[in-house]
Write a protein that binds this ligand. Structure first.
Ligand code: MRU
Length: 346
């Protein structure tokens, strides 16, 4: 099996596997300027917290090429402004801001301006390579949580497509499967953008792991009837106390899991942990266009003119989370202590 790698840097061009077209078509979109990368993130041609972090890093590389001038102050202030534009592409996943900050620190710390662009490219490549390594470590740390027998439920898309390769929650499922554990996999459609139906189902097919697609609202009856052994999702931002922002619908799954006595796991790299926030109440929730709810790929699925609200994420309070799998180990409650340890250890 060829590993899925949705982000490729090819001699100044950023090539992204267009996630708005999957699974109908495997098309690559080519981007040559940083505003193009911002548009690709905003329009979700690339999506998933770690993947938008990697894309943002390459966006900074392109911005540095576009804005280069031998005047250090104007170069750095132009780059900082570009960083603000990149950060604004999507507000909830902290990996984006994390990557932009890491890139700007490299630019600011390089004394020789002639070396800056090469240093930035090396840093973006390092962020991409590290992301795959981190995901594989998360897989190693989390695979023991996967049942042998029984069934795992996952939400949204947290696989290779959402990262540079391997995935977070889907990576843990994959690692469990590859270590010989056998369990059923259920994945939700994930209304309204259908990351689950379109992307996660496609990835499980590529991996040869049997997975059954369910509508989001089927999770309750399945848990109630004993058909789910555990739930595992990714995260877009985790506050210091463990409150976790993730794809809309995650909170409902966590509450249902608690009601039915089922463990609820989160898998995320420590770049998703935002220790500057005490709790999830402070996390900005992205509001996306109502047209994503009233239409599917341009075709109306609701009466024309109807009002629709489209919060893209929700926050699961930490008390519903059994454990958080990171590259530095499995954090358990109290998360205030265990996350600080994991995140300070990266
Ligand atoms: O809106 P999306 O598709 O970018 O949301 C993605 C998710 O919520 C994922 O679960 C999260 O980013 C973790 S991905 C490894």
């Amino acid at each position: 099996m060829n590993e899925i790698r949705p982000i490729l840097w090819d001699d100044g061009t950023l090539k992204l596997l267009d996630q708005t077209r999957l699974p109908a078509a495997e098309e690559v979109v080519e981007i040559n300027d940083y505003r193009g990368a911002v548009a690709a993130i905003r329009d979700m041609q690339v999506r998933g917290a770690p993947a938008i972090g990697v894309t943002a890093a390459y966006a900074v590389v392109m911005a540095a090429t576009e804005l280069w001038t031998s005047d250090r102050d104007s170069f750095l202030s132009g780059l900082r402004e570009a960083g603000t534009v990149i950060n604004a592409a999507r507000p909830t996943a902290v990996n984006l801001q994390w990557a932009v900050r890491r890139m700007l620190e490299v630019a600011e710390s390089e004394p020789d301006l002639a070396q800056v662009n090469a240093r930035l490219l090396a840093e973006a490549r390092a962020i991409q390579v590290e992301d795959e390594e981190i995901n594989r470590r998360m897989g190693d740390n989390g695979r023991e949580l996967m049942p042998d027998g029984g069934a795992v439920l996952t939400h949204c898309n947290t696989g290779a497509l959402a990262t540079s390769a391997f995935g977070t929650a889907l990576g843990v499922i994959r690692a469990g499967w590859e270590s010989g554990r056998r369990f059923q996999v259920f994945n939700t459609e994930t209304r309204p953008f259908l990351q689950g139906a379109r992307l996660t189902s496609w990835e499980f097919q590529q991996l040869g792991i049997p997975a059954t697609l369910i509508v989001d609202s089927a999770a309750g009856i399945m848990m109630q009837r004993g058909q789910i052994s555990c739930v595992i999702t990714g995260a877009d931002r985790i506050a210091a106390n463990g409150d976790t922002a993730n794809k809309i619908g995650t909170y409902s799954l966590a509450v249902l899991a608690r009601e039915n006595g089922i463990p609820f796991y989160v898998a995320a790299p420590t770049s998703t942990v935002d220790l500057s926030l005490d709790s999830g109440e402070e996390i900005e929730i992205e509001q996306r266009a109502g047209s994503e709810v009233t239409h599917f790929q341009g075709t109306p699925t609701a009466p024309l003119g109807v009002e629709a609200l489209n919060p893209a994420f929700d926050v699961t309070p930490h008390r519903y989370i059994t454990a958080i799998v990171t590259e530095n180990g499995v954090a358990r409650p109290p998360f205030v202590e265990s996350l600080k340890l994991a995140a300070g250890n990266s």
